[in-house]
Design a binder for this molecule. Structure first.
Ligand SMILES: [Zn+2]
Length: 85
């Protein structure tokens, strides 16, 4: 019998809180998978995540080990605005 892979399910609000940790590679495996599943399934979060990435890519190469706080705050508030009803 195949083992059922337990994937955490996040709401959009929860995803916002996890997205920078995800990009920092600071999540454990079930959380990482949960984020990936949500991004694949949720068009709004998926689209915003692409902008997130593009912004981070624009910071330069090699990437800073941690996102600068001001960049992070800007991205987080933009993400929250987008999801406000
Ligand atoms: Zn979402």
């Amino acid at each position: 019998m195949k083992a059922v892979n337990v994937v955490k399910r996040f709401t959009c609000d929860e995803l916002v809180e996890l997205i920078t940790a995800y990009l920092d590679d600071a999540l454990d495996q079930p959380e990482r998978e949960g984020v990936q599943v949500h991004l694949a399934a949720c068009a709004g979060c998926g689209r915003h995540f692409e902008q997130f990435r593009a912004t981070i890519d624009a910071l330069g190469d090699p990437l800073p080990e941690k996102l600068p706080t001001d960049v992070r705050d800007r991205l987080m508030s933009a993400f929250r605005e987008r999801h406000r009803p």
